[in-house]
Design a protein around this ligand. Structure first.
Ligand SMILES: [Zn+2]
Ligand SMILES: [Zn+2]
Length: 127
């Protein structure tokens, strides 16, 4: 595959961490950046290309987050929901199976909850 060079600017702190990780993994920086970008772009494909999707959404909150109302608006998606607490954090796992555009909407809504961080993990290959 033909490689293309292009310039990007990132913070010095991130560049240092990148170099550290490249050294620990014994790969060169370009290969590491390419792998990270490939993974990120692949994840976005789940949001941009309409398909039958299965995904795990992890929601970690520093205070109690009630998501019943949000999830209730997505009865067209098959949802498995786990909810637990540890060390003052509210931890929730959602496994969603259904139309990718709807799962993306659900993820966007969960990501907007105050004091929460949502992470989307696709459970199948890039569409
Ligand atoms: Zn998908
Ligand atoms: Zn909770």
């Amino acid at each position: 595959m033909v490689k293309r060079r292009f310039g990007v600017s990132i913070s010095g702190e991130l560049a240092d961490r990148l170099d550290e990780l490249a050294k620990a993994l014994e790969v060169d920086r370009s290969n590491l950046v390419e792998a990270a970008l490939r993974s990120m772009v692949g994840e976005y494909a789940h949001h941009l290309v309409s398909h039958e999707c299965s995904a795990l959404i992890a929601l970690i909150c520093s205070e109690e987050a009630s998501i019943g109302d949000i999830v209730g608006g997505f009865s067209d998606i098959k949802i498995t929901h786990l909810h637990d607490h540890k060390e003052g954090r509210c931890n929730q796992i959602i496994i969603a199976i259904g139309q990718s555009t709807r799962i993306a909407e659900l993820y966007a809504k969960l990501n907007k909850i105050r004091k929460c961080k949502a992470k989307y993990i696709a459970l199948h290959e890039e569409p």
